[in-house]
Design a protein around this ligand. Structure first.
Ligand code: SF4
Ligand code: SF4
Length: 424
């Protein structure tokens, strides 16, 4: 019996099915992540965080709730965590990255929606997501169609708030977004019974900025000729960022960065010298999903940059810490979150330009546009991205895939061909 079995029973999970999920994720993590040679010691904390994501972290949140905290489930990086934290609530990203739960969503939902949405819903519907029963509210956003319509169904079952994301970055769009951020503040205050105070919000803005700066520092080390960390390990760090306690996360990330700096001095890298450098751009790769990074890195390539919500989109741009009132702080938050270049925006030229800039900064040899099946916005935007990369002379491919293992052979063949073209 697992040490957390009683906790899962108390939360009403389907314990035998949940144990199967944990075993399958553990086996995949072992095969893909733990099997890597020459990993930094500092990754030990992040491995443990993944291992305890359904155990120790749940217990920690349950204990905090006993002390009066609330837990808020999120599905998108547009949700300002600072406001949640400042109201004594705990934000946790609930996006699913495992194929295990998809059949449970397909019992109710159409099959032709993106695997991220199906995996997330399947975890909740199959009673294998321990976060689902402990959340006090979930927050969705109007980014893509799959999500928007999912919220209609979820909001009938659980306490739910939908944030409207404008689709154009105009002055009107900006003004709508500011109103939405204010409305979210009101909803959070109502839920928690806590008024968001200036000093507390200032601390949380600083905390999240510190987290972003550390992630930026980690990623800058990946720009070096011999990166000290694999793309798979950097992705694990990003995945943990989405659910871990932020203060502790920052402390452990500082330790890892320090070790990586030492590795740079001593020329220690997990990659063979001169390995082709890849940028993975597009849909997010959330916990349980290491597929493309694994294929690239076991084919001899190095993933040195992630242009996604589990990459640069998460940590770039800081919130201005100079606001003198809560209203000004909220304006600063709205400004920062509005700079996120998700493909739900039209036009989204800044994302295209940004990818070309990342290619230069990270000395990228080739780009894999990674599109989750049925993710129409990234898939269609891929046409413009491919055009811009071609113009910049950077080889790239577009792959559309799901969470299954069936197409791994085919993807490997395409990625190896891309690798060959870079070498040639
Ligand atoms: S890809 Fe877009 S919708 Fe998905 S998490 Fe990122 S910002 Fe949100
Ligand atoms: S990956 Fe694409 S389709 Fe799926 S939830 Fe995110 S934006 Fe929507």
């Amino acid at each position: 019996m697992n040490q957390h079995t009683q906790l899962w029973t108390d939360l009403g999970l389907d314990v035998p099915l949940h144990e199967k999920l944990v075993d399958s994720l553990g086996a995949r993590y072992g095969e893909i992540i733990m099997s890597q040679k020459n990993r930094p010691r500092g990754m030990g904390y992040f491995d443990e965080a993944v291992h305890e994501s359904h155990g120790g972290r749940i217990q920690e949140i349950v204990d905090a709730k006993r002390q009066g905290a609330k837990m808020i489930g999120t599905f998108c990086i547009y949700v300002p965590d600072e406001l949640i934290l400042a109201a004594n609530a705990i934000p946790v990203a609930l996006c699913g990255g495992t194929a295990f739960s998809i059949p449970y969503a397909e019992k109710m939902f159409p099959r032709d929606i993106c695997p991220l949405v199906k995996s997330t819903l399947g975890l909740a519907f199959s009673k294998t997501c321990p976060f689902a029963p402990i959340k006090d509210m979930a927050v969705g956003e109007t980014t893509c169609d799959a999500k928007k319509k999912t919220w209609d169904i979820l909001s009938q079952r659980v306490n739910f708030h939908v944030i409207e994301i404008p689709q154009k970055k105009t002055e009107q769009g900006k003004s709508l977004w500011l109103q939405e951020v204010r409305a979210f503040r009101d909803r959070i205050e109502k839920l928690t019974g806590n008024t968001i105070e200036y000093g507390v919000l200032k601390d949380k803005i600083r905390l999240m900025n510190r987290k972003r700066l550390l992630l930026k520092q980690l990623n800058e080390l990946r720009m070096l000729p011999e990166p000290p960390i694999s793309g798979k390990d950097a992705l694990v760090v990003m995945q943990v960022a989405l659910f871990d306690e932020p203060e502790r996360f920052c402390t452990k990330l500082e330790v890892l960065i320090h070790e990586l700096q030492e590795r740079v001095k001593n020329n220690v890298s997990p990659f063979t010298p001169g390995a082709a450098r890849f940028l993975v751009a597009g849909s997010p790769s959330v916990m349980g999903n290491w597929k493309v990074h694994h294929i690239v890195e076991t084919s001899g390539g190095a993933v040195v940059c992630d242009e996604s919500c589990t990459g640069t989109r998460y940590f770039e741009h800081l919130v201005d810490e100079g606001g003198g009132t809560v209203d000004e702080q909220i304006e600063a938050l709205a400004e920062r979150y509005f700079s996120i270049d998700c493909s739900c925006f039209t036009p989204n030229t800044e994302r295209i330009d940004h990818i070309v800039e990342l290619v230069k900064n990270y000395h990228v040899d080739a780009v894999v546009q990674y599109i989750l099946q049925y993710c129409h916005t990234y898939n269609i935007e891929a046409v413009r991205v491919s055009g811009a990369l071609k113009k910049a002379g950077i080889p790239s491919i577009v792959i559309e895939t799901d969470y299954g293992e069936e197409d791994e052979g085919q993807l490997r063949t395409r990625i190896e061909a891309l690798l060959e073209s870079v070498k040639g």
